[in-house]
Design a protein around this ligand. Structure first.
Ligand SMILES: Nc1ncnc2c1ncn2[C@@H]1O[C@H](COP(=O)(O)OP(=O)(O)OP(=O)(O)O)[C@@H](O)[C@H]1O
Ligand SMILES: [Mg+2]
Length: 246
């Protein structure tokens, strides 16, 4: 179980303080699939990075299975089973896809078959990719899928995916959605997926709309999807008028 207690994050800008996360409290039960969604700049990535330890909150506590991890570093959190896939994954020159999956799995003798299974789950063919370097020669969608495969290889207990759909073609997106569905059905991991995609939102046990660094709405996909649409109209006077005219 993940617990966020009054989490805030502020930066100093132009002599003042800018609140990026503002007093977020949230509990995600073990084995749940929760989707964070909401407008660009709302604070979703910052929230995910706070859970992973990449951003240090200015106030509040983070508990993972009852243990306070707020002051732990990334490596210690990874050891406790927390993993995060970047919105824009870093590249690792000199490291092959096979090296990356092997490192992630913690199994120094990870077989080609196992690598192949992880890559297939994100729609990649192992024969084409195992010996490729994770460098600038990979396309944006390829590097994104390889990073997701490395999270699968890590077999983490809390998996956080930041916009896994970004830059991914439709066929691979369908494959990826199935993978999330199967992972969730297997029940071994708690999953937080940051997404703007209706297909992923509809997989969630709970959808959390983050905006202006706060939780704006939360509920089931059936409850939240109509509210997202209403909010979208609400921000634009032209669309709102059109909707009222219908
Ligand atoms: N270190 C920082 N200094 C100044 N502003 C920051 C900093 N980190 C984040 N922000 C701002 O905080 C806001 C939230 O950013 P964040 O990346 O968490 O949004 P997001 O919800 O993930 O957006 P998107 O949907 O575009 O990925 C943005 O306006 C961003 O510019
Ligand atoms: Mg983001």
């Amino acid at each position: 179980m993940l617990e966020l207690k009054h989490l805030s994050y502020a930066v100093h800008e132009d002599g003042g303080e800018l609140g990026i996360l503002n007093d977020i409290s949230l509990t995600v039960g073990g084995g749940r699939l929760v989707v964070f969604t909401g407008p660009n700049g709302g604070g979703k990535t910052t929230l995910a990075k706070s859970i992973m330890g990449l951003v240090k909150p200015t106030a509040g506590r983070i508990l993972w299975n009852g243990q306070d991890v707020t002051d732990l570093g990334i490596t210690e959190r990874a050891k406790l089973g927390i993993s995060y896939g970047f919105q824009q994954p870093p590249r690792f020159k000199g490291l092959t896809v096979r090296d990356l999956l092997t490192l992630a799995s913690g199994d120094g003798t990870l077989s080609k078959d196992r690598c192949c299974q992880y890559l297939t789950r994100v729609g990649l063919c192992a024969n084409d990719y195992l010996d490729r370097e994770v460098d600038a020669s990979l396309s944006g969608g390829e590097v994104k899928r390889i990073e997701i495969a490395s999270i699968l290889a890590r077999n983490a207990k809390l998996m956080i995916f930041d916009e896994p759909e970004a830059g991914i073609d439709l066929w691979s997106f369908a494959r990826l959605t199935e993978t999330f569905e199967q992972l969730h059905a297997a029940g071994g991991a708690t999953m937080i997926i940051i997404s703007h995609q209706e297909r992923i939102i509809s997989l969630a046990d709970e959808v959390i709309v983050v905006g202006d660094g706060q939780i704006r709405h939360r509920g089931t996909p059936a409850e939240i999807l109509p509210q997202i649409l209403a909010d979208t109209l609400g921000t634009c006077p032209v669309l709102r008028k059109e909707a009222m005219a219908q």
